[in-house]
Design a protein around this ligand. Structure first.
Ligand SMILES: N[C@@H](CCC(=O)N[C@@H](CS)C(=O)NCC(=O)O)C(=O)O
Length: 212
């Protein structure tokens, strides 16, 4: 058994599990994966809930230490494994910006998250036209992406970070559903989507999707 285990959702659609998976892959750490069947509410199973406390996916185990919340997992991996490839920028303001972006995609843009859920990306589930509030959120997201992605760049901070993966996944809720992103943002998303760590998640062979 590896020192590290990551619990992900069994359909491989959780944007938060995605973030932690990409962080572990980018750090080239050896780890085991355990799957949680969300449609069977396995995250409420007594042992899982006792370890994670918040009964949510993902959860990381490092030896006898268990940690939930994907941003905390990225920070922990960065602190606990110095000398491995960084997943957050080294420079203090860039790292603060990365944290801002990671917190923002987890806390704002709710209509996009609701109307363009990640099964539409990974299972191609058909979508309905966006509501008025989702359209407003889309305008906000695209303006933010345009402001944050430097012209001609394919990373936010000169080299890849988990904030790139998180922002690209949020943008793919639109891009994979036929919403034009504009050349600069599309180039950024395509570059993130072609990273081996991201492809490993995207190309995962998935079981038949069961809505939950
Ligand atoms: N802020 C958390 C969100 C985790 C989360 O919402 N996970 C979902 C799966 S995508 C979950 O566990 N849902 C079950 C529940 O919240 O009861 C993170 O970044 O890890």
């Amino acid at each position: 058994m590896a020192d590290l285990t990551l619990w992900v959702d069994a359909f491989w659609i959780s944007p938060y599990a995605f973030s932690s998976f990409v962080a572990l892959e980018e750090k080239r750490l050896e780890y085991d994966v355990e799957e949680i069947a969300m449609h069977r509410a396995e995250y409420r199973a007594p042992e899982y809930a006792r370890r994670s406390i918040s009964a949510r996916v993902p959860m990381l185990r490092h030896r006898d230490f268990h940690l939930s919340e994907s941003s905390a997992i990225a920070e922990y991996l960065e602190d606990a494994f110095p000398g491995t490839p960084r997943v957050l920028p080294e420079e203090v303001r860039q790292r603060a910006r990365a944290r801002q972006i990671m917190a923002w995609v987890r806390s704002d843009l709710l209509p996009i998250r609701a109307e363009r859920s990640t099964e539409t990306i990974f299972y191609g589930i058909p979508t309905k036209p966006l509501s008025e509030s989702a359209q407003q959120a889309v305008a906000k997201l695209l303006a933010a992406a345009d402001a944050w992605i430097p012209d001609g760049a394919t990373t936010l901070f000169g080299r890849f970070s988990v904030a790139d993966a998180d922002l690209a996944l949020m943008l793919q809720r639109l891009g994979k559903n036929g919403h034009p992103l504009g050349d600069k943002v599309q180039r950024f998303v395509d570059a993130v989507w072609s990273r081996p760590s991201v492809r490993k998640w995207v190309e995962k062979k998935r079981p038949t999707y069961i809505p939950y």
